[in-house]
Structure formats: C-alpha cells, structure tokens
Design a protein around this ligand. Structure first.
Ligand code: HEM
Ligand code: HEM
Length: 189
C-alpha cells in the first residue's frame, strides 16, 4: 500500500480545511470586505435619510463580516491539529518512498514543493495562533500587526501551490502517471 487509510484521510481533510481557509480569505477580500460594505451601508442608509459617519459604517461592516471570519479561526485550529497529526503519521507510518537523490529532476521539484508547503502551512498555523492569542501572549498590538503582515504575505505561497498542485496531479493523471489521483483515494499503487 502506498498511502495508509489515515494518511489519505489526512490529505483530504487537509484539502477541505485549506480550501476553507482560502474561502474565508476570499470572502473577506471580496463580498464581505468592510471597505466595500461600509460604503454600501452608508449610501443605502442615506437613501433612507439616515446619515452615519464612515467610522460607524466601518463598525457595521466589520460586524457583518465577523461571523464569517470566525470560520477562519475554527478552520485555523483544525489546520493546527491536522499538522500535529501529520507529524504523528510521519513517525508511525513508514511508507516505501524513493530517496530524494534517486528522483528525476521533475520529481525532485514535486517533492521539494511538498516540503515547502508543509513548512508554509506550519508557519501559517503558528503565526495565525500567535495573532489570535497575542494578548494572552503579552504581545503588543503593533507586533501582532507585523506578524499579520507576514502571515498575509506567506499566504501567497499557498495561493500559488494549490492551483499548481491540482493542475499538476491532473496533468500527471492524463500523461504518464495514470491512477495518481485514485491512489490518494484507494491507497493502492
Ligand atoms: C492555510 C492557512 C491560512 C491562510 C491561507 C491564511 C490567510 C490569511 C490572510 C490572507 C489573512 C489576512 C486577511 C486580511 O487582513 O485581509 C489572515 C489573517 C489572519 N489569520 Fe490566517 N490564514 C491561515 C491560517 C490561519 C491559522 C491557522 C490561524 C489561527 C487560528 C489564522 C488566524 C488569522 C488571524 C487571527 C488573522 C488576523 C485577522 C484580523 O486582522 O482580524 N490563520 N489569514
Ligand atoms: C488545497 C489543498 C491541497 C493541499 C494543501 C494538498 C497537499 C498535499 C501534500 C502536502 C501532498 C504530499 C503528501 C506527501 O507525500 O507527504 C499531496 C499529495 C497529493 N495530492 Fe494534494 N493537496 C491538496 C489538494 C489536492 C487535490 C484537490 C487533489 C486531487 C485533485 C490532490 C491530489 C494529490 C495527489 C494525487 C497526491 C500524491 C501526488 C504524488 O504522488 O506526488 N491534492 N497533497
């Protein structure tokens, strides 16, 4: 067996969680953006003869966004647990894996992209938890803000990896690695 059942379950749960996290970011930056929505609120209220300031509109727009953004934190915890579980899997399930040096250049790049994404996800989980608990950790708001900027910057690596990874396995499936996707479902080689 190439992948144990627990490894496959891990991969798909991780997929759901990461896509979910990207979904919350997408919503925060588009339909639930406080900049856009505070303007909509101000304008629509004005049409009803209610005038509110930009600061008040911002409070309202952020309140509308809050319930959705809670999911970023919930899925964030899930990601942190999944990463811990991945470490456990690493030590308990030894799979037959070719050594890095024996791989073709292409496979080396693929393997390297996995190392990069594991490191990136770990960074996102650690930095995300730090921003979320910055007060409990005794950090200044400014420090939390700086970490958030890096969290947001590193998010781009995930944005690049996910489509490349999905396109990559689909292309491989259609070329010389028939069954690569079903192997991640049924575990067999
Ligand atoms: C794949 C993993 C993740 C991605 C791609 C991601 C992405 C992002 C992005 C892009 C932002 C900036 C949003 C903005 O200001 O427009 C952000 C903010 C944040 N993320 Fe994550 N994140 C991930 C994981 C986590 C985890 C594991 C946690 C921890 C619970 C977390 C907690 C936070 C917090 C607290 C903020 C700041 C929100 C605020 O300023 O109100 N994130 N995340
Ligand atoms: C957003 C989400 C995803 C993330 C973060 C992710 C992450 C990963 C990682 C880290 C590996 C390497 C596992 C290892 O060997 O340690 C992997 C392998 C794999 N993933 Fe994903 N994955 C995602 C989505 C998907 C999707 C949607 C598909 C199917 C269409 C897929 C199909 C595969 C396959 C077939 C492999 C094995 C590839 C190989 O043998 O090189 N993944 N994925």
């Amino acid at each position: 067996m190439k992948y144990s059942p627990s490894f496959r379950i891990w991969h798909w749960l991780n997929t759901i969680v990461v896509l979910g996290l990207l979904g919350t970011v997408f919503l925060r930056k588009t339909f639930l953006s406080w900049r856009t929505n505070s303007e909509i609120l101000m304008n629509k209220l004005l049409e009803m003869d209610i005038e509110i300031t930009a600061t008040q509109a911002k409070v309202l727009a952020k309140a509308v966004r809050a319930g959705m953004w809670e999911w970023h934190i919930i899925l964030g915890y899930a990601l942190a647990f999944l990463l811990i579980y991945r470490v456990y899997l690493f030590f308990t399930f030894k799979r037959t894996k070719k050594s890095f040096s024996s791989l073709s250049t292409h496979k080396k790049a693929v393997r390297a992209s996995y190392y990069l994404i594991y490191a990136t996800l770990t960074f996102m989980a650690v930095s995300g938890l730090i921003i979320h608990f910055y007060q409990d950790l005794g950090l200044l708001k400014d420090t939390a803000h700086d970490i958030k900027e890096i969290h947001e910057l590193v998010f781009n690596i995930i944005m690049i990896f996910v489509p490349l990874h999905i396109a990559g396995v689909i292309i491989a499936e259609n070329r010389d690695q028939k069954g690569i996707i079903s192997t991640m479902i049924n575990g067999e080689k």
